[in-house]
Design a binder for this molecule. Structure first.
Ligand SMILES: C[S@@+](CC[C@H](N)C(=O)[O-])C[C@H]1O[C@@H](n2cnc3c(N)ncnc32)[C@H](O)[C@@H]1O
Length: 301
């Protein structure tokens, strides 16, 4: 087998198992949208039509795997807004941020909107979510996602996240930043090399600006989740270190209920910060989904 991601052999645990996992296609995960439907009803409806549905975890009763369904976007449940195709690890971002009902929430990089809608569900359609997306061509799909899923508490804005106006402060912020996207590189066909769907360009300069602006937009006591779908420490631990060196930020533990590895305190002689053990790395041989990174950050006061 050829070597994928061989530059990461030093920190990805059980590397041969990791390589095997990325040479398998991604499973189809869906999240039942409780703003519009109850998981048991949606699942029994699909089962009655012969669709193989499995619950991912007893703890998270809205997350399912569909076996043998290549295009969940063609299901009637999708068009009704009863479910949303969303990688399991991507679903964990809203869970870890846990925005409270009636709070003020900012989603700095929101399109296509799966996490925005999930946060709305956790907030029971109360409070306010500002769903920000820079790229105009992605704002319209974002609006469609929110409308289809019955989101009533969100407005869409189009600022550069790193220059989002400092006029208002937020209780919860999601910084699900643009990244090299390596975590989504999986084989299209079993046993093949992972397909590279997007460029693998790392974006640490932009990410460092966004994490600083996100922190500055937090109300006192507010919480931000910084997340990426890449394994690259330059886009993960180094970005969080950039924040820790410049602001009085506290790293809170990430508790997902799934198999997670701690963030890296150092790598190849580069020290990040011992506190990064509180962050979480998700690998596809541990959780069969998109590779993911999350840090949960609190602003004191
Ligand atoms: C990782 S994706 C977000 C995925 C989204 N949170 C979801 O769950 O559906 C990053 C998004 O940031 C947008 N983006 C890129 N540069 C940006 C910037 N400077 N400010 C705000 N958004 C940006 C991209 O167009 C992309 O839609």
């Amino acid at each position: 087998m050829s070597v994928f991601f061989d530059e990461y052999t030093d920190f990805i645990p059980c590397f041969p198992a990791f390589q095997k996992a990325v040479s398998r296609p991604l499973p189809v995960h869906v999240r039942v949208n409780r703003l519009k439907a109850e998981p048991d009803d949606v699942i029994s409806g699909m089962k009655s039509r012969g669709i193989a549905v499995r619950r991912v975890s007893e703890r998270y009763r809205s997350f399912f795997i569909l076996d043998g369904v290549d295009r969940p976007g063609n299901l009637p449940e999708y068009h009704l807004g009863h479910l949303h195709p969303q990688a399991l690890t991507s679903c964990l971002a809203a869970v870890v941020l846990a925005p409270a009902p009636d709070s003020r929430v900012l989603d700095l990089c929101a399109a296509p909107g799966g996490k925005t809608a999930h946060m709305c569900e956790l907030m029971e359609n109360t409070g306010l979510i500002v769903a920000n997306e820079l790229v105009p061509a992605r704002q319209s799909p974002l609006g469609h996602t929110l409308a289809r899923l019955g989101v009533l508490n969100a407005v869409v804005t189009g600022y550069q996240a790193q220059e989002f106006p400092l006029r208002n402060r937020f209780d919860f912020i999601l910084a699900d930043v643009p990244c090299s996207g390596e975590g989504g590189f999986r084989a299209v066909t079993e046993g093949k090399k992972p397909g590279v769907r997007r460029s693998r360009t790392a974006l640490p300069g932009l990410q460092k600006k966004i994490i600083l602006r996100g922190f500055d937009l937090l109300a006192e006591g507010g919480v931000m989740v910084y997340s990426t779908c890449t394994y690259n420490p330059a886009e993960n631990e180094a970005v969080v270190r950039h924040l820790l060196e410049r602001r009085d930020a506290e790293l809170l533990p990430v508790t997902s209920g799934f198999y997670q590895e701690p963030g890296l305190p150092s790598r190849n002689g580069e020290i990040y910060d011992g506190k990064l053990a509180a962050a979480a790395r998700f690998y596809p041989h541990r959780v069969d989904s998109v590779g993911f990174f999350m840090a949960r950050i609190r602003r004191g006061g």
